[in-house]
Design a protein around this ligand. Structure first.
Ligand code: NDP
Length: 246
């Protein structure tokens, strides 16, 4: 089995880290599903992906809604007939210290970041079980392991992903499905670009590598875990953080 020609489904794939992951799979000849809440940006990204000479499909999805998730997976199966790789990348933040954090902000972050992984994995596992083959990669975060002031909801959702990943790995290893997590540290994205130079310098002091990571660093780890040759790696967390947590 080779990765070329496989179908990779990336949630939150329209921009940021998800877009880089989609591009990395396209370079290896995978057909790509950009599953994102923003339909216009998804279509634009799917169009750019086609320039790599592979097929791509944009589907609108709200990962926190079971109805939306079912309908997105149905459209993908109608077009491609299989899903080999699922990357649960969609995620949001709604930061505040605990006593000021609104219940609705707790719920929104848990619903998208954690329940979304459950709902998409459930759909994918049904398909992958029949295929007796699948790769699931869940995007967590270094804050799942270190905590972060102002991110009670986000760090709890990302820590939840680790337990969910390990359980998925145990339940479906016998079906040829692996489940792993990638935990990025600080990555250069619109979010980190918005920080002041002073804050950036302070943050970099905590990173032995002395720099923020790139979206490509995260994509490389995701691709590695998704290779057919990585079938004996399951239930693991790959940290991509320049040594900031080990
Ligand atoms: P972005 O915000 O750039 O991209 C996330 C994408 O997910 C957006 O296109 C967003 O759409 C989409 N999205 C949001 N809500 C939903 C939903 N309900 N259903 C489907 N798609 C949705 O994030 P990043 O690229 O920075 O992060 C990607 C992942 O990596 C996230 O899980 C994040 O937690 C994780 N991560 C990021 C780090 C970083 O430094 N950036 C560090 C550690 C982890 P829209 O923009 O319209 O909301």
């Amino acid at each position: 089995m080779e990765i070329k020609g496989q179908v990779a489904f990336i949630t939150g794939g329209a921009r940021g880290i998800g877009k880089a992951i989609a591009g990395a799979f396209a370079e290896l000849g995978c057909n790509i599903v950009i599953a994102d809440i923003d339909p216009e940006l998804s279509s634009r990204t799917a169009g750019e992906i086609k320039e790599a000479g592979v097929d791509s499909l944009a589907v609108q999805i709200d990962v926190s809604s079971s109805v939306s998730v079912s309908s997105a997976f149905k459209s993908v199966m109608e077009k491609f007939g299989r899903i080999d790789i699922l990357v649960n990348n969609a995620g949001i933040t709604k930061d505040n210290v605990i006593i000021r954090m609104k219940e609705e902000d707790w719920d929104a972050v848990l619903n998208i970041n954690l329940k979304g992984v459950f709902l998409c994995s459930k759909e994918a596992i049904r398909i992958m079980s029949k295929q007796r083959y699948g790769r699931i990669v869940n995007i967590a975060s270094v804050v799942a392991f270190m905590g972060n002031p102002g991110q009670a909801n986000y760090s709890a959702s990302k820590a939840g992903i680790i337990g969910l990943t390990k359980t998925t790995a145990k339940e479906y290893a016998s079906r040829g499905i692996t489940a792993n997590a990638v935990a990025p540290g600080f990555i250069v994205t619109a979010m980190t670009d918005a920080l002041s130079d002073h804050v950036k310098q302070e943050m970099k002091k905590a990173i032995p590598a002395g720099e923020f990571g790139t979206v490509q660093d995260v994509a490389n780890a995701v691709v590695f875990l998704s290779l057919p040759e990585s079938g004996y790696i399951t239930g693991q967390v790959v940290h991509v953080n320049g040594g900031m947590y080990m």
